[in-house]
Design a protein around this ligand. Structure first.
Ligand SMILES: [Zn+2]
Length: 240
């Protein structure tokens, strides 16, 4: 199946937190969107890998994505090497996305910057015809495929975006997908240890950051992204 957009996240919930509104908006526009989680988040302080698997399925249903897969890399310890790149190239060639969204270029959690570089490097390598890959259980060689664009969403740190997407009509869906990760975020009845992302402050920050980015461009809510090359427009009127 060819997808229009493939969203990578180091942990289940990264895609929702960073780009949930944009994902929901793309789907409402008739685009096919998939999510690939690099790890199961098994080192997370709260919950378990199994609980997070279920939460990720629920969040994917809320957003309406076409596929969600987990590459089961080692949470905290995966590295940007050939074996990990090949696993991602196989996925990129399988789904042939025009646009890839991936982790923030730099962040508090070390997996975010690592995941960002790993996915970005893999997008480049996936376009080289001499990098041979097959899917497991399939004897056919895959065709090279390089996404047209790689954009990085913004996570814990306040990185200045290069562009923002108006997600005013999709902020509630984004928040609904985020709170599907009940084990991870603010829950006054939880007996689990507190973490930086389990505070009420963090959950509220997702909405007010979107509101603040929206304020700066004259809409209600927006999500920000950084780019890897200059943004080109066909006409001055393409920018709203
Ligand atoms: Zn994460």
């Amino acid at each position: 199946m060819k997808l229009d957009v493939l969203v990578f996240g180091a942990h289940p919930d990264d895609a929702e937190l960073g780009a949930g509104g944009t994902i929901a908006k793309c789907i409402s526009e008739g685009k096919k969107v998939g999510i690939i989680d690099l790890t199961r988040g098994e080192l997370g302080t709260r919950g378990t890998a199994e609980i997070r698997d279920t939460e990720a399925v629920n969040a994917a249903k809320i957003l309406g994505v076409s596929i969600r897969e987990n590459l089961e890399f080692a949470d905290g310890f995966f590295i940007n090497d050939k074996a990990h790149q090949i696993a991602i190239i196989q996925i990129i060639r399988k789904y042939q996305p025009d646009i890839v969204l991936c982790n923030a270029i730099d962040d508090r959690h070390i997996d975010h910057g690592k995941g960002s570089n790993l996915v970005s490097d893999s997008c480049f390598l996936s376009g080289l015809v001499k990098v041979d890959t097959k899917l497991i259980g399939d004897e056919t060689w895959q065709n090279a495929w390089r996404p047209k664009q790689v954009y990085h969403y913004i996570q814990w740190k306040n990185i200045n975006p290069d562009f923002v997407v108006d997600v005013s009509d999709y902020i509630d869906k984004k928040m609904e997908a985020i709170v599907a990760y009940k084990s991870q975020f603010y829950d006054p009845n939880s007996a689990e240890p507190e973490t930086p992302i389990s505070s009420q402050n963090f959950t509220e920050s997702i909405r007010y950051r979107a509101k603040d980015l929206g304020r700066l461009v004259g809409v209600e809510y927006a999500e920000g992204f950084t780019v890897e090359r200059h943004i080109a427009v066909k006409s001055l009127w393409d920018i709203c």
